[in-house]
Write a protein that binds this ligand. Sequence first.
Ligand code: ZN
Length: 505
Amino acid sequence: MILLMVKIQKESDIRLIGGGISHESCTFITRFIPGNMLAGQEALDHHRGRRTNLSAMIDVCEREGVGLIPTVYGSPDSRGRCLNESYYSLLNPILEGIEGAMPVDGVLLLLHGGGATEDEDDLEGHVLEQVRKIVGEETPVVTPLDMHANIGPKMMKNGTFFCGYDTYPHVDGYERSAEVTQLLIDTIRGKIDPKIAYAQPNMIITPVMQKTGYHPMKAVIEKAHEIEAEPGVLSATVSAGYPYADVPYPGVTMMVVADGDEDLAQRKADELSRFCWDLRLDFLARVVPMERALDMALAEPEGPVVLTDQADNPGGGPPQDGTLALKAMLDHGVTNACLAVLRDPEAVAKAIEAGVGNTVTMKIGGKTEPWVGDPLEVAGTVRLISDGRYVSSGPMGRGSERSMGRTAVLNVKGIDVILTERSQQATSLALYRSLGLEPTEYKILLVKSCVHYRAAHEPIAKKIIEIDLPGWHGTRLAAFPWTKLKRPVFPVDADALSISELRKE
Ligand SMILES: [Zn+2]
């Protein structure tokens, strides 16, 4: 008779240790943005009762009677590669916290997946490697991941399993964090034996084509959900990747977790990878040249028509002060339009100095990256000045406090330009309404965002047009100064990889 020994632990005995480093590093730029950090109990108190990733972890642990020991959670300085000093100021207390808490039953990290440091192309792989050195091979180490995670070999080697977001705009961070926490606890209790497998279809998807509510990404996510529903499969993730990182593979990774069956996990990851690869031509960006986009927008009988300058989306790194789209609108004689937003602290200061109701002539935007437009000389009327604070009305981040820094609305020939001190994506209509602007009353809304604006704008937009402009968050991947990218890869080397496909047509 074989006696199966399963280690059963009393619920209250389980001790998890947590810590987080979250960063999406646009390695092509060197812009500085200050990071943030919350430590220990303060981190838990700040997040408890919200809808954040960490609040999901707290909720599941409390429900399951599991102890969660917090170290630190934060984001390092910089918008490009994380500055080393700042990175280690987060990593060191996490590692020291784990060392001090040993033995622990599991490590519940909170990593983004798209990070790089001055020295490490794979921030998360480096974190996991260091954690693994402390806890050994047997202790499970897990994290949820953003949909923009780039999965490198160190992550695969040192992580036990990952659950990534299924949505872009990201509206399921809470759910995926709850999922990975529950799977971790079930693993420690011996209820499941998770085996993860990876498959990479050798393709990069520009973020504008990663939106999960639309073909082709919608089909890939549906396929992942079908796989997830199959017997023996615990979780399936489509990590779309973060392409604005010059690393060996900033592309798509499929991750399937199966219960005790590594072969099943691999077969399903491969199946999902093949499915995505077969749709590769559908993933090529269909963006519209600016002039044509304006003609299309003006031909619509009613507004608002949303034009999106995803190439200058600050969420993915760019400075949000590109002027090409605004210049084209002014040249085109567009009126009854609003630009959300143009980051330019100097212009804000000048508008405030001029005062509400007064006219000011100045150069706005174009002060950071010359290739997204020169500073634009405008004469405008200051309509409003604000402290730039508002509360998001969602759907993304509903209830969270936002700050654009000091903000001025400058009306330039019928276009309301929202000038801000800080970058901000228009993910909530509260951004406009906090300034007394009603987004539904404009003919054209020009939004500097890639996909996240959709959750709030789709319900009001008569039409959405994604415009083709240069920028560090653009679609022209072949034009990026790659040095570390492993070639060939689709679609950077699209001609080489798709010619057989094209010939069939
Ligand atoms: Zn993301």
